[in-house]
Ligand binder design. Structure first.
Ligand SMILES: Nc1ncnc2c1ncn2[C@@H]1O[C@H](COP(=O)(O)OP(=O)(O)OP(=O)(O)O)[C@@H](O)[C@H]1O
Ligand SMILES: [Mg+2]
Length: 304
C-alpha cells in the first residue's frame, strides 16, 4: 500500500471568474489525520469534493489511495468513507433502511449490512432509533447517523466535512474518542472543521486556507509555538481602545475583536499589574491555543 494516502499537486479550481482553489499542493500520509481549516468560503468543501472526484480541478493532479482522481474516482471511493458538510440521508426511510440502501452502493448484501449494523448503531449511539424515520431524528442524531454510515464499507480513508457541526458537547466528545480509536487502528482521516479544539485534539497536521491558498501548515502545537508562543490575556468589560494604550508598553502584540481585547504577553504579570486598579474588568489569562493561530492568520482586526 502507498504511504501517501492523498496527494494534491498544483490544484486550482474556478467557479465562473472566481478562483476558489489557487495552486494548492499538499499530501496526507496514510495513518495520518489532516485538518483543513479556514474561514467560510476558503475552499475547504471544494477541496474535499475534489478528493472524492465529485468536482474536477481546472489544473493539477490528484491521487487518492494510489489512484488518479477524478479519472478513477469510482475505484478510490470504494475504500473511502464520506461525511458531507450537509447530511444527505433519505428522510422518508428509517435508520435501518438508510444503512441498507447505503450498503447497497458498495455492493453489500442485506445480510452483510445487518452484520455490521449493531457496531454502526453503537458508534453513533443510535441503538434505540433503528426503526425511527430520519425525518423524526434531531439534527445531531442525523449527523451521528451520517458519521456511522461513512464506516459501512470498512474504509481505509475518511473524508469528513465538518463532522461534528451540530453535535452537543457530549456527542462531540464521544465522536472524538471514536475517531481517535479509528486512527489508532490505522485509519487515515482528512477533515474540515471550525472547532479549533477538534483540530488540536485530532489532527497530526493541518493547514489553514485563505481564499484557496495554503497560508500555514504544520503540527498544531508547532503552529501555536511558532505563531503565538506566549500567554494570552483576554480582557473585557472596559473600553478596549482605552485599555490598549494602558497596557501596550508591556505587550508583544494586542488585538481588539469586538469588545474583547487580546493581549499577547511574555510577561503577563506586568500587564495584570496595570489592570489591577481598574474595576469591572474581566481578565482571563490562558496559554495560547489554535484559535489564536487561526485568528492571527485569518485576521482579527490587527491593532498593533
Ligand atoms: N457549485 C458552486 N458554484 C459556484 N460557486 C461555488 C460552488 N461551490 C462553492 N462555490 C464558491 O467557492 C468558494 C468556496 O466554497 P467552499 O464551499 O469550498 O468553502 P468552505 O471553505 O467549505 O466554506 P464553509 O466553511 O462556509 O463551509 C465560495 O466562494 C463559494 O461561494
Ligand atoms: Mg464547507
Amino acid at each position: 500500500m502507498s504511504m501517501v494516502a492523498i496527494d494534491l499537486a498544483g490544484i486550482s479550481k474556478r467557479y465562473g471568474d472566481k478562483l476558489v482553489v489557487d495552486g494548492l499542493s499538499l499530501s496526507v500520509a496514510s495513518g495520518e489525520c489532516f485538518g483543513l481549516l479556514g474561514p467560510n468560503g476558503a475552499g475547504k468543501s471544494t477541496i474535499a469534493r475534489m478528493v472524492l472526484g465529485m468536482t474536477s480541478p481546472d489544473a493539477g493532479q490528484i491521487t487518492v489511495l494510489g489512484v488518479p482522481v477524478p479519472a478513477r474516482a469510482r475505484l478510490a471511493r470504494r475504500r473511502i468513507g464520506v461525511v458531507p458538510q450537509f447530511d444527505n440521508l433519505d428522510p422518508e426511510f428509517t435508520v435501518r433502511e438508510n444503512l441498507l440502501v447505503y450498503g447497497r452502493y458498495f455492493g453489500m448484501s442485506t445480510r452483510e449490512v445487518k452484520a455490521v449494523m449493531p457496531s454502526l448503531l453503537e458508534f453513533a449511539r443510535l441503538e434505540s432509533k433503528v426503526d425511527a424515520r430520519v425525518s423524526e431524528l434531531s439534527g445531531g442524531m442525523k449527523r451521528r447517523l451520517t458519521l456511522a454510515r461513512a464506516l459501512i464499507n470498512d474504509p481505509q480513508l475518511l473524508v469528513m466535512d465538518e463532522p461534528t457541526t451540530g453535535l452537543d458537547p457530549h456527542a462531540r466528545h464521544l465522536i472524538w474518542e471514536r475517531l481517535r480509536a479509528l486512527l489508532a487502528r490505522g485509519m487515515t482521516i482528512i477533515l474540515t472543521t471550525h472547532f479549533m479544539e477538534e483540530a488540536e485534539r485530532l489532527c497530526d497536521r493541518l493547514c489553514v486556507l485563505e481564499r484557496g491558498r495554503n497560508i500555514a501548515e504544520g503540527r498544531p502545537h508547532a503552529l501555536i509555538d511558532e505563531l503565538i508562543g506566549c500567554e494570552v490575556i483576554e480582557i473585557y468589560g472596559g473600553n478596549p481602545h482605552e485599555l490598549q494604550s494602558l497596557i501596550s508598553p508591556y505587550a508583544q502584540r494586542i488585538e481588539v475583536s469586538g469588545e474583547t481585547l487580546f493581549c499577547y504577553a511574555s510577561d503577563p504579570e506586568q500587564v495584570r499589574v496595570r489592570l489591577r486598579e481598574r474595576t469591572g474588568l474581566r481578565v482571563l489569562q490562558r496559554p495560547p491555543n489554535l484559535e489564536d493561530v487561526f485568528l492571527r492568520l485569518t485576521g482579527r482586526e490587527m491593532e498593533k
